[in-house]
Design a binder for this molecule. Sequence first.
Ligand code: ZN
Length: 74
Amino acid sequence: MPLRFNSCPHCDQRIVFKIEKDDIDTSQYPAPVYVIHKIDSCGKLSTFYVDSLLRVSYTELEKKPGGIKILEAK
Ligand SMILES: [Zn+2]
């Protein structure tokens, strides 16, 4: 289960989350997955797009269609 280090597009703080293939719809890449930044000062959800190796390609502030899971990031 890969750990991914990135930054929250809402607050720009460093975040870390775990992701695996079951968390995405693998029928097309980049695949969206929702990430919620679980800290009191943020708590916001964004969409992260990942490639077939589960590497983050880009992020969107909004909840975009196509995701199947919400991952919790700290
Ligand atoms: Zn945040």
